[in-house]
Design a protein around this ligand. Sequence first.
Ligand code: NAD
Ligand code: DAU
Length: 359
Amino acid sequence: MILVTGGAGFIGGNFVLDWLAGPAEAAESVINLDKLTYAGNLENLASLQGNPRHVFVQGDIGDSALVARLLAEHRPRAVINFAAESHVDRSIHGAEDFIQTNIVGTFRLLEAVRAHWTALPADEKSAFRFLHVSTDEVYGSLAPDAPAFTETHGFEPNSPYSASKAASDHLVRAWHHTHGLPVLTTNCSNNYGPLHFPEKLIPLMIVNALAGKPLPVYGDGMQVRDWLYVKDHCSAIRRVLEGGRLGETYNVGGWNEKPNLEIVHTVCALLDELRPRSDGQPYASQISYVKDRPGHDRRYAIDARKIERELGWKPAETFESGIRKTVQWYLDHPDWVANVQSGSYRQWVQTQYEAPVSA
Ligand code: NAD
Ligand code: DAU
């Protein structure tokens, strides 16, 4: 059994669904610890209802007593830490939750895991893993012609979000170096795909376009991100968990550097094809240039050769196949979008699960 934190969010949700896909008897069980912040949505996990291999626990990674109890009761062979505050713009408006969860929460989680791991019998101790899911944003911003980030690139975080993630990465590193905790860290580029909360660029553009709203492009729209389909990120994490070298970090990326404006035009073109506007106008006519994000990083790019060389991982999706699947997923799930936008998924949790879910 494994313990996943943040498994009701975008990437954690996809990871848990993928992990438990296939024949029930073949899958290793998951304890899913998630605080259910605004970004946590149990509707993402609706297909797992009644699945005895999925145990959902509403709680905070910073709740040391709860984490200690879960570790003692379930004895997972690994902890995979997705839980975080993840949205850069929110961190600019207020960083408190980012400091609390991403730094203090990770610290408390590490301490609870260390206490548990230290007391394990030798065979379980040597098999145990703590995998920390992090971001390329810790490396800062790249000049247009600079080589992509390798794992040895210095940390130069520029936003409160990336600074808090960088701090958590340092803590994870230190718990390995000082205490010997068997850790692995992944630093991934921008994900996209199903279940992506529509505050982030791609899902926001899809839902705004369909609602006839402006498509807000920050600044000149020429900031570059390196896009990876979320299922490929999940497969990379599984590979690192299986075969990653202890204490190492692995960069994960899709070799898909694209300026934001190109992304927005691609989404618009797919919608023109799959759900044309009733007035025949292109969705791109809804593009609206807005004030830039303060401190906006200009370019991220991941050099993912280490994970390919050492672990044989490569992304399965091209950007063209992944973005088409993504747009189609949003077209096929108008109720999910409506529930997220109205906030009614929070009541849905009560209705669907009656009593609040907890251990
Ligand atoms: P998300 O915001 O969609 O989900 C985060 C989840 O964590 C939510 O379910 C939330 O309820 C939960 N959570 C928040 N605080 C918690 C706490 N204190 N205790 C327990 N649960 C808590 O985020 P995401 O986009 O799925 O990102 C997951 C992880 O991957 C994060 O660590 C993020 O930094 C990292 N990452 C994200 C991307 C990306 O493009 N989205 C890329 C690279 C790395
Ligand atoms: O690089 C990995 C990171 O990718 C993750 O660590 C973060 O958790 C994740 O949120 C994401 O961060 P970004 O800031 O790159 O993602 P976002 O979708 O917020 O923005 C992508 C780009 O699009 C960025 O350059 C800002 C721009 N943007 C975003 C929004 C929401 C716009 O131009 N308009 C918008 O409305």
